[in-house]
Ligand binder design. Structure first.
Ligand SMILES: [Zn+2]
Length: 495
């Protein structure tokens, strides 16, 4: 019989606010110079008083609402007392028994419909302040401390132990990150430490849960998945040998691709929590919560379902447009341009559903492959991006109508990307229109034939790729302006 793994996550997120949690210091995670964004409040000088950052509260509640949490009417801050060199006050203002959000859930699933999704319960989401950062200069026997980070609003989300594998945990964390980005509450960049995932994992056979092991300092989603899978294997081995799993905190060794013991659990920490005497209890008014609720945009899962329903897109494409939010929005703008265009010509030529699907497919292919290639990581919402959705729709329409070949399309798109000009203009100016005059193509065909007697011989001996070579030659001569099918036909006729 196999052991069942029970996994819970704790995720800390630095919120994107202008100022810190309890003072007006700048919240700038990119500040390289140490100890510039500090003041007597976040340094815990005697006589100073904290002031609650309302925007941080809004962002926590927004996250809670997006994760189906209950928002209690009353909430308060508490002091969590402990000593560490990166904690200037010797205590952290956090929330103990009255967090802003509790009892929510997030559904994770592979499919674009929520029917097969698994519900992961969320215990609570609370707000606290971040600590400073210790720096250990190489080869020196001292440590330095940078307090720029001290007092930055930090949101902590805790799940129930509803996860069962590394893959599930990774999926949950990735979806959580995506939701935070949709909500605009944080950039949630793991490499920058804006999103920190901690894992609690235990193995058991019966109803009774096994000994809990904590894994910390995981700096990518891949690592989260790998560390959990490694722990499941390691703990299974320990238990199979009849030994006991030690309750401890473990880290991840990247070189060894293994977890390692960091410290065994001494006694449970006594943080001597008590209500923060310098801050009032918070009464959350209904209107305030309604206002925040109204600001929540369409969330990733809803978007997946809608994109599938409205545009008949493949699961892979849906995932790309959901993950790259602004690329998805651009795609939808292009599609709405098509709708206008289709309406215009519908009366004359009747554009059927299949035709519309063809247009959609062309547009997605060019956006995902060619456009993303040109962007090279930049965003379509960026200032330097010049192609309007209208021009992009026209561009795709020209390909759809056979006015330009795929080869010419590449040239046109590159030019659009550089200058922002509209595609018809580029085609005209550069003389890239499709060659429709068969006489002209025939002339080139004859020329190519006379120049390649050896290839003609090969072709007559039955070598199929000889013909392909000749088509290529003619296409090159016309600079890609001839239709390959026409060239093919004319060549065969002449041979
Ligand atoms: Zn400050």
């Amino acid at each position: 019989m196999n052991y069942k793994s029970t996994i819970g996550l704790e995720i800390h997120t630095e919120l994107k606010t202008k100022s810190k949690m309890f003072c007006s210091c700048k919240n700038d995670p990119d500040e390289k110079h140490p100890n510039v964004n500090i003041c007597p409040v976040c340094m815990g000088h005697p006589g100073t008083l904290p002031v609650i950052n309302k925007e941080a509260v809004r962002k926590v509640i927004k996250t809670g609402l997006a994760l189906n949490c209950q928002i209690p009417k009353k909430s308060k801050f508490d002091r969590k007392n402990y000593f560490y060199p990166d904690l200037p006050k010797d205590y952290q203002i956090s929330q103990y028994d009255m967090p802003f959000c509790k009892e929510g859930f997030l559904e994770i699933g592979t499919s674009t419909s929520s029917a097969q999704a698994k519900r992961i319960r969320i215990t609570r989401i609370h707000l606290e302040e971040d600590t400073g950062r210790l720096v250990h200069p190489k080869g020196e026997d001292n440590s330095l401390v940078d307090f720029n980070r001290a007092g930055i609003p930090l949101m902590e989300m805790v799940t129930e132990p509803d996860l069962e594998s590394g893959k599930e945990a990774r999926k949950f964390a990735e979806e959580f990150q995506l939701i935070l980005r949709y909500l605009g509450v944080s950039d949630a960049d793991m490499e920058k430490g804006q999103l920190r995932v901690e894992v609690n994992i235990s193995l058991s056979k019966g109803q009774k849960l096994g000994t809990k092991v904590e894994i910390k300092n995981l700096n990518s989603f891949r690592t989260v998945e790998k560390a959990i899978d490694y722990e499941i294997e390691r703990q299974t081995e320990v238990l199979k040998k009849g030994k006991k799993v030690v309750q401890e905190t473990r880290g991840w060794n990247k070189t060894k691709q293994a977890t390692f013991s960091q410290r065994e659990k001494e006694e449970a920490h006594d943080y001597r929590y008590f209500p923060e005497p310098d801050l009032p209890t918070i009464d959350l008014e209904k209107e305030f919560i309604q206002e925040i609720k109204a600001e929540i945009p369409e969330l990733p899962q809803k978007k997946r379902e809608r994109l599938t329903r409205e545009y008949n897109l493949d699961e892979k494409v849906v995932e790309i447009f959901t993950f790259n939010k602004d690329l998805g929005e651009y795609f939808e703008k292009v599609m709405s341009e098509f709708r206008n265009w289709v309406k215009e010509i519908e009366i004359k030529e009747k554009v059927g559903k299949d035709e519309f699907l063809k247009l959609t497919k062309l547009a997605t292919n060019y956006i995902i492959t060619d456009l993303q290639g040109l962007l090279g990581g930049a965003l379509v919402s960026g200032e330097d991006f010049l192609i309007s959705p209208e021009n992009f729709a026209e561009f795709v329409t020209l390909i759809y109508k056979g006015k330009i070949s795929s080869k010419i399309a590449k040239i046109v798109l590159e030019e659009m990307f550089k200058t922002g000009a509209d595609p018809s203009h580029i085609i005209e100016e550069k003389g890239l229109t499709q060659l429709t005059d068969t006489g002209e193509i025939e002339k080139i065909v004859k020329e190519v034939i006379s120049k390649n007697p050896k290839v003609i011989e090969d072709y007559k001996k039955g070598k199929e790729n000889a013909l392909q070579f000749l088509v290529g030659q003619v296409m090159a001569q016309t600079r890609g302006r001839a239709k390959p099918e026409v060239v093919n036909r004319l060549l065969k006729e002449s041979l």
